[in-house]
Write a protein that binds this ligand. Structure first.
Ligand SMILES: C[S@@+](CC[C@H](N)C(=O)[O-])C[C@H]1O[C@@H](n2cnc3c(N)ncnc32)[C@H](O)[C@@H]1O
Length: 363
């Protein structure tokens, strides 16, 4: 059975756990597995399931919350106890005014009773510091919005579950179609989801996931210096989503401002040269962690690059960033990327694109 932690919350551009398992099976090493762009934590968690030591980092709070929850979970009972305490406190909660610009969005998105519970959790979960709160936050992120007419386990009015649609668009769509927010008991849903997720047993080992930029990964994991024998990763692609605008509601839940922002410096790059520089800086940030002859497996895509350009940008940025000789050991398979839910919702034309898997050895 697929482990039930894998699908706690959808995330962009996730690779399947079979990809990680296949490359772990092929490795000759038994050191630490590391993912500097860990996303929802597929590499870290799958490595733990395969009894490997594992760690990862990401700059996106949603990724770090979800990957951290899977990789260092509390017990099912700790979650039950904390939910009871939070539920009791939430009954006497008072809130200041919500950002007026978004008051209409929140009124239409959540039933008044549900909103009080969501808002209470948002204001009180210490997800960065406490593993039980992080697990509850991750469960909440997966339930925050979705196709609530199809499942009783979503908190919101109808929305896609992969992306948070923009406020103005959502309001117009809900009004036009007469959709209203269902009354959902957040704590009852979280108890149910907690029971469901813990049906599969938790790995023995624990992994560390940090909110950190790959460019400074070595500083975030000093205890892993020269211990990483395998990297299995997928960097942000050239000219692809910035992972932030489309996740604005989940970011709000994790304590961010209620705003749809277009941040800078998030790793999105439009020119080939700056993308290559970015990747070289990331490999340089990871290099101190790498053991001799470390193996680097990378899945890479992006609409604007040919297969040869992807290989070239990876090979050269790896040599430049690591300062070592890099040997291509497997020019791997190419797979067709299917139409994503996000694109389908935006009405974008299907643009089939390929991803490529490359494997390198540092010498
Ligand atoms: C293609 S996704 C990885 C998805 C992951 N393999 C999974 O299965 O969920 C790329 C990730 O890189 C992260 N990212 C972008 N710039 C970064 C940086 N400078 N340092 C660390 N992570 C970064 C993004 O937030 C995103 O989660």
């Amino acid at each position: 059975m697929r482990h039930r932690f894998h699908s706690i919350c959808p995330y962009f551009a996730m690779f399947p756990e079979t990809f990680v398992r296949k490359h772990l099976a092929a490795t000759r090493f038994a050191g630490v597995v590391f993912d500097p762009f860990c996303g929802r934590g597929t590499t870290v968690f799958e490595s733990l399931l395969c009894e490997r030591e594992a760690a990862g980092c990401d700059v996106h709070p949603v990724a770090v919350c979800v990957a951290g929850a899977k990789s260092d979970p509390p017990t099912r009972f700790e979650v039950i106890e904390r939910l009871s305490a939070l539920e009791t406190q939430s009954r006497s909660a008072h809130f200041g005014e919500q950002n007026q610009d978004l008051a209409e969005f929140f009124r239409l998105c959540f039933h008044p009773m549900t909103y009080i519970q969501v808002r209470f959790l948002r204001d009180n979960l210490r997800w960065l510091d406490d593993r039980t709160d992080r697990f509850i936050a991750a469960l909440s992120l997966g339930a925050l919005h979705g196709e609530s007419h199809r499942s009783p386990n979503y908190f919101s009015n109808r929305m896609p579950r992969t992306i948070s649609t923009k406020p103005a668009y959502s309001i117009k769509w809900w009004k036009k179609n007469g959709y209203t927010a269902p009354p959902r008991d957040v704590f009852a849903i979280l108890r149910h989801l907690n029971d469901y997720r813990f049906k599969t047993s938790v790995p023995r080992g624990r992994g560390q996931v940090a909110l950190a930029d790959a460019r400074s990964a070595a500083g975030a994991f000093p205890h892993l210096t020269k211990r990483v024998t395998d990297i299995i990763t997928s960097p942000p692609y050239l000219d692809t989503t910035n992972y932030v605008e489309d996740q604005w509601l989940r970011l709000w839940f994790l304590g961010g401002k209620a705003a749809v922002c277009r941040p800078r410096g998030d790793g999105r790059h439009y020119s080939f040269d700056s993308y290559r520089t970015f990747l070289a800086e990331c490999w340089a940030g990871v290099a101190p962690l790498l053991a001799d002859k470390a193996r680097i497996v990378v899945r890479i895509g992006g609409r604007k690059l040919t297969r040869e350009q992807r290989l070239d940008v990876l090979h050269h940025s790896l040599e430049e960033g690591s300062g070592r000789h890099v040997k291509l050991t497997d020019s791997g398979i190419s797979s067709l990327v299917k139409q994503t839910q996000a694109n389908a919702f935006r009405g974008s034309k299907p643009t089939p694109t390929l991803e490529h898997d490359f494997c390198f050895l540092l010498e």
